[in-house]
Design a protein around this ligand. Sequence first.
Ligand code: RIB
Ligand code: CA
Length: 333
Amino acid sequence: MEKTKVILDCDTGSDDAVAIMLAILSDKLELLGVSTVAGNKEINFTTDNTLRVIELLGSKAPVYRGCHTSMVTKIAPGRRGGYNGMTGVSEFNVDAKGNIIQYHNDCLPIAEAKTKEKKEHAVFWLIDTLMRSEGDIVLVPTGPLTNIAMALRLEPAIAGKIKELVFMGGGFKVFNSTSCAEFNIWADPEAAQIVLTSGIEKITMVPLDATHSANFSREDAKELRDYGTELCRVVADLIDERVTAYDAYQPQNPLGTAPLHDALALAYVFDREVLRDVKLMRVDVDCGGGFADGSTLCDTRAYPDRELNCYVALDADRERFVKLTKELLKSFK
Ligand code: RIB
Ligand code: CA
């Protein structure tokens, strides 16, 4: 069976890390490389974390450092700009030891990597790789869409070379950074709008509505920890850390569970059944700088007045996703 060629574009934090792991471990995918972007953390951390994950798995996938800030967010007056992965958090909670509870620590609980990133900038690498391809690459962005939008601005022809773009971001009825915006889109609204209107043949949005339907629990973490391998220990730590943060800032139903957003988006590339209720819609991003800034506007009318441009996943198959994730993680000794 021919493997699907995939490129991940990540702001590696805890859930991006698991997406990278699945991309390496799935025998249905060929990971061509990972580009990094600022988002959950500054670019130094997201790049360093990406290298750690790849080396832990013994993969040779190259890593390219991308944009260190959003396209215009920081120069638009009135926007909050500057983000650190504390999605939607205005007041910090601390644990019993006085440490700030957060979704993503600066560094993942993995040994520092010896491998270095490649010299070429991620945006140029993306353009070059896509233009040389046979149009057979699936692009999976799991952070702010800055690199992809920059690449599209520099070389619009890459749109016709992307087989499919599956991104984690946005919300239909579920939001985190503001009352109506999800972090990856809110962090760089213009970039998201550029991507959505670029003419890429097939775009699938994996919003919070889907990712919050496929949460991991502390029991899942325990099962992985008990399995005893280093990789399963790392993911167990990440799940526990995320559950603590979600209980503190975004309590889920049931409590004691947390999403691994980015891993779900990646899993969809090799298992189409993990997402449910996927509907073709018109999606645009509010870039007005007001209350709705970064909101994904999903047109569900029978007769939208703009071309349909994006498949939106409204639900996910939790059992299937959790099972396949655990199986793949356990397959690595
Ligand atoms: O809103 C969830 C998204 O924001 C995930 O991609 C997470 O990693 C952060 O980037
Ligand atoms: Ca991410």
